[in-house]
Design a protein around this ligand. Structure first.
Ligand code: PNS
Length: 168
């Protein structure tokens, strides 16, 4: 397939993959920064059937779309049961962009980045996480919210509304 062209120029496209169960302000920060670097950002939502998530794939997609409504070059897709690099090749995506909150993220992400490059020529770019969000993860947000903690400042308003509705 011929690469997309925009006025004769190849469209530079990256992917921000994750479970997004649900999207947090930490995720959004990385997506916004990727959107400033690339022509198009594909937010790829992995739905792992083996992992019991809080939000369905459709709910995760809806929340991402609400959070990214003011980012015209960002779109969301969902995938499961296939390699991320296969999704990248199908959509002509040349880079995976991930945020790193610290050493634990680095240790988790590095083998995947190396494996993805071994499998294809898709590169992984790491963005240093914004210090305001180093404590933010979807799992911690859900755990704290489940026990009544106020983490409304760490997710978008639509996500907070959806979280409180799920837990009501
Ligand atoms: O938000 P997460 O759960 O940390 O994201 C992990 C994700 C989705 C990036 C990773 O599990 C992934 O890419 N899964 C797709 C299947 C795949 O390609 N696995 C091999 C990775 S080398």
């Amino acid at each position: 397939m011929e690469p997309d062209r925009d006025a004769g120029r190849t469209v530079r496209r990256c992917v921000c993959p994750g479970s997004y169960d649900p999207i947090t302000l930490g995720h959004l920060d990385v997506i916004k920064r990727a959107a400033a670097l690339y022509d198009e950002v594909v937010v790829a939502v992995l739905y792992n059937q083996a992992k019991q998530g809080m939000f369905t794939p459709a709910e995760r997609m809806e929340l991402i779309q609400a959070e990214c409504a003011d980012l015209p070059n960002v779109r969301a897709i969902e995938f499961q049961g296939r390699l991320l690099v296969d999704v990248c090749q199908e959509l002509e995506i040349t880079a995976i962009v991930k945020g790193l909150r610290g050493e634990t993220d680095y240790s988790y992400e590095l083998p995947m980045a190396v494996m993805n490059r071994y499998l294809t020529e898709v590169e992984t770019l790491f963005l240093p996480g914004d210090p305001s969000y180093t404590q933010v993860s979807s799992s911690l947000i859900k755990e704290v919210a489940r026990f009544g903690g106020d983490v409304s400042g760490l997710v978008g308003p639509r996500v907070w509304q959806a979280l409180t509705a799920k837990l009501a």
